[in-house]
Design a protein around this ligand. Structure first.
Ligand SMILES: *Cc1c(COP(=O)(O)O)cnc(C)c1O
Length: 382
């Protein structure tokens, strides 16, 4: 196969160009302009939450959320260990300390029981409560968010929901990103919808979102000249990127349908191959299936995820290991971590399969054939 099969690449719907052209024609090329408000409104409406700030990235959204919650130097912030570094880097931006909590096996996301143990232990060791909790929904799969919120409420610790990968996913019919005190989304190039780069912060608290917009535009106090009483950031989404976002919002439901079909296709083709395990939706959970992921039991299949990754790569198909847990990362290795082995096992056994919505049927057939060939070859050898 000549053409590259991507893990998940940008997929425009068609209307994006119209909105971008409008931005050019009206010369709203800056981080000001009508697309920004319209994009925020469409995100807020879609997620059924009143307030939204469109920002330059999901990471920026988490950073501002931490600032709004008053996270400062020396504070501790709990974060899922099984995640992308964008979830926890902003904790370090604030001079605060990440405390990592491991996953449960059902959803691969933060274990609510371990979360409580971590809170109790931090209180015992430091005499203080962690200042915030960053709970992540990986690959679109809802975490046990009600249980996490119950623990958080019991200890009165605010929750930032990292729904960067989970726009459109729901738990008990309610959109992810709207359970926590604040929620964030990412519109980076490979996410389910993209603005080329971008993110958003959502909340029910109007004051927070107003203040986030103020901080994101260099914290300019009302005055004819430039007056500053806060440290500001250049974190606003541009009007051009918001135009792309408006177009992408129109096809988001279609993309979710397509992503779910991709998962169903892999699952259907491979479910009878022992040693290949999928991540089913637990009761009440609806996943946008951003990426289809599998676990490979090397003892049964005879091959490790890396073997399959290389085999796919030889066919010009991109796959990727699951996120390497943050507590194993050299930069975070000295941070407190509450681990139970789950995220390490997932990292060892897991692989993200090509899940692009603009991948052709023929390309998917080729990917499936490659996986089946690996399986048949290795299992029969044993
Ligand atoms: C992508 C991602 C982020 C960061 O979003 P950016 O827009 O890339 O800054 C944060 N958390 C998770 C889980 C992500 O996948």
């Amino acid at each position: 196969m000549k053409e590259k099969i991507w893990l998940s690449s940008p997929h425009m719907g068609g209307a994006e160009v119209k909105y971008v052209q409008e931005a050019f024609e009206t010369n709203w090329i800056s981080p000001v302009g009508p697309h920004i408000g319209a994009f925020e409104t469409s995100l807020a409406t879609y997620n059924d939450i009143p307030y939204c700030a469109a920002l330059s990235s999901g990471t920026a959204a988490i950073h501002l959320a931490l600032i709004l919650l008053g996270v400062k130097q020396g504070d501790e912030v709990i974060c899922s260990t099984f995640t992308f570094s964008g979830s926890c880097n902003p904790i370090a931006y604030q001079g605060a300390v990440p405390v990592f909590v491991d996953s449960e096996r059902l959803t691969w996301n933060m274990d609510p029981v371990l979360l409580e143990e971590a809170i109790v232990d931090r209180q015992k060791k430091t005499g203080r409560k962690p200042k915030a909790i960053i709970a992540v929904h990986l690959y679109g799969m809802p975490a046990q968010i009600e249980a996490i919120m119950n623990v958080a409420r019991r200890y009165e610790i605010p929750v930032i929901e990292d729904a960067a990968e989970a726009l459109g996913s729901t738990y008990q019919g309610k959109k992810l990103g709207t359970f926590g005190d604040m929620g964030i989304y990412s519109f980076n190039g490979n996410k389910i919808i993209t603005t080329s780069g971008g993110g958003a912060l959502v909340a029910r608290n109007e004051g927070w979102i107003q203040h986030a917009k103020f901080l994101a535009t260099q914290a300019r106090d009302p005055a004819p000249h430039y007056e500053h009483s806060h440290i500001g950031f250049n974190y606003r989404l541009s009007n051009v990127c918001a135009g792309i976002g408006r177009g992408q919002m129109e096809i988001l439901p279609t993309r979710i349908e397509q992503k779910r079909k991709i998962y169903a296709y892999y699952n259907n083709e491979l479910k009878n191959f022992p040693g290949i395990e999928f991540l089913p939706e637990p009761e009440g959970a609806f996943s946008n299936r951003w990426l289809t992921t599998v676990l490979l039991d090397e003892k049964i299949t005879g091959f490790a995820p890396e073997t399959l990754r290389l085999a796919l790569d030889a066919e010009n198909a991109e796959s990727r290991p699951l996120w390497k847990p943050m507590h194993l990362q050299p930069i975070f290795k000295d941070c407190p971590a509450y681990s139970n082995g789950v995220s390490e096992e997932l990292f060892r056994q897991g692989l993200c399969l090509p899940s692009g919505t603009n991948t052709t049927e023929e390309q998917f057939l080729h990917v499936i054939d490659t996986i089946k060939r690996q399986w048949v070859t290795n299992v029969s050898v044993r």
